[in-house]
Write a protein of this length. Sequence first.
Length: 106
Amino acid sequence: MNEPDNIDDLTLALREKLCVDCGQRSPGDTTPPPAAAHCESECMLFANLPRLARVVEHGEPPCGYEVFAKSLQPFLGTSDRLNLVQALTILETAQADRDKTRTASE
């Protein structure tokens, strides 16, 4: 799950399905996915993407989602409420699609 190309796939999935409606996006940023928006470097979801990818791979953390959400690294001092459930759902779907594609090509 931690292969760089898979992280890239998950990054694209978040950009295409979550970022387009994000209220935290920089004002006036009209950068369409798959390009990174200017606010991505300050986003807690992207800063913690490897950890989120592990949750997608292994399932709910032993501490539960609520404690996990609180443990996410605040980035640049901001800890705005994340839509963690939506982000994890997007990542799970992207991973499942990737697995289907990989299985079909074998």
